[in-house]
Design a protein around this ligand. Structure first.
Ligand SMILES: NC(=O)c1ccc[n+]([C@@H]2O[C@H](COP(=O)([O-])OP(=O)(O)OC[C@H]3O[C@@H](n4cnc5c(N)ncnc54)[C@H](OP(=O)(O)O)[C@@H]3O)[C@@H](O)[C@H]2O)c1
Length: 219
C-alpha cells in the first residue's frame, strides 16, 4: 500500500481523498493549516500548521516527517475568489497565485526528495484554468492561477521524469464544497474519480490534464 501526503486535508475534496485512501489501507498524511474533527476522526497522521503559501511552514512539515518516504503527493489546497472585469482586486488575484500556482510548486520542491522511482505528484487543478475551455470569461485570479499551475505541472513532468516521478493535472469536477457554495457532486464521488486517475498515472501519462471522470481535458 502507498504512503500519500495530501495538502488541504482538513475539509472538502482533500478530506475525502484522505478518507478514501485510508479506508483502502494507504498510509495517509493529511497536511493542513488547522485540523478538523473530521480529519482527526480518520485516525491518519496529521501535519498541522502547513500553509502552502508559506515556505517556512512547508519546511517545518518536511522536518517533522523524519525519514518518511512518499509514493504519492497530492497538491490539493486551493482557494477561489471571484473577480469580474468591473471588480478586479489585484491583491485577491495575487493571493490566488500564491496558493493555487506557487503553493503546489513550493510543496513539490520541498518534498520531492521523499519521492522515488514510480512516485507520483497529483495537482488538483481546475478546468477553469483551461484556455480552450474558457467560453464565459471572468474569474480572473482563479482562471489565471490554475492555468499557471497547469504549466508548472507540465514543467515538473519534464523535470521529474528522470527521477521516474509522474505528474498528473486533475480536475475534480464541480464539487459540493465550501468553494462552490456546496453545489455539485459529492466530494466522495470526486475523490473516487481523482483516486482512479492517480492510480493509473504513470510516466507515459505524465504532464497531461484529466477530468476525474476519466476524460482528457483541453489546455
Ligand atoms: N469544488 C470544486 O468544484 C472544484 C472544482 C475544480 C477544482 N477544485 C480544486 O479542488 C481543490 C480543493 O477544493 P475544495 O473544493 O475541496 O475546496 P474547500 O472545501 O474550500 O477546501 C479548500 C482546502 O484548501 C485549503 N487551503 C486554502 N488555502 C490554503 C493555504 N494557504 N494553505 C494550506 N491550505 C489551504 C483549505 O484549508 P483551510 O480550511 O485552512 O482554509 C481547505 O482544506 C482546490 O485546489 C480547488 O481549486 C475544486
Amino acid at each position: 500500500m502507498a504512503t500519500v501526503l495530501v495538502t488541504g486535508a482538513n475539509r472538502g475534496i482533500g478530506l475525502e481523498l484522505c478518507r478514501l485512501m485510508s479506508e483502502r489501507g494507504d498510509t495517509v498524511i493529511g497536511a493542513c493549516r488547522s485540523a478538523s474533527e473530521e480529519l482527526q476522526a480518520l485516525g491518519v497522521r496529521v501535519g498541522e500548521g502547513v500553509d502552502v503559501a508559506d515556505e517556512a511552514s512547508i519546511k517545518a512539515l518536511d522536518e517533522r516527517l523524519g525519514d518518511v518516504k512518499l509514493d504519492v503527493l497530492v497538491n490539493n489546497a486551493g482557494i477561489l475568489t471571484v473577480e469580474t472585469l468591473g471588480d478586479l482586486d489585484f491583491d485577491r488575484i495575487r493571493r490566488q497565485f500564491e496558493i493555487n500556482s506557487l503553493g503546489p510548486l513550493k510543496v513539490t520542491l520541498a518534498l520531492r526528495h521523499r519521492l522515488g522511482e514510480g512516485g507520483k505528484v497529483a495537482i488538483v487543478t481546475s478546468r477553469m484554468g483551461s484556455i480552450d475551455d474558457n467560453t464565459s470569461g471572468s474569474y480572473y485570479g482563479y482562471r489565471m492561477s490554475k492555468a499557471a499551475v497547469n504549466m508548472a505541472g507540465r514543467s515538473l513532468s519534464h523535470d521529474l521524469r528522470g527521477d521516474g516521478i509522474a505528474v498528473g493535472l486533475l480536475h475534480p469536477g464541480m464539487v459540493s464544497t465550501a468553494m462552490t457554495g456546496f453545489n455539485g457532486i459529492q466530494p466522495s464521488e470526486a475523490a473516487e474519480g481523482l483516486l482512479a486517475r492517480i492510480d493509473e498515472l504513470n510516466l507515459s501519462k505524465s504532464g497531461t490534464f484529466w477530468h476525474a471522470n476519466g476524460e482528457p481535458l483541453p489546455w
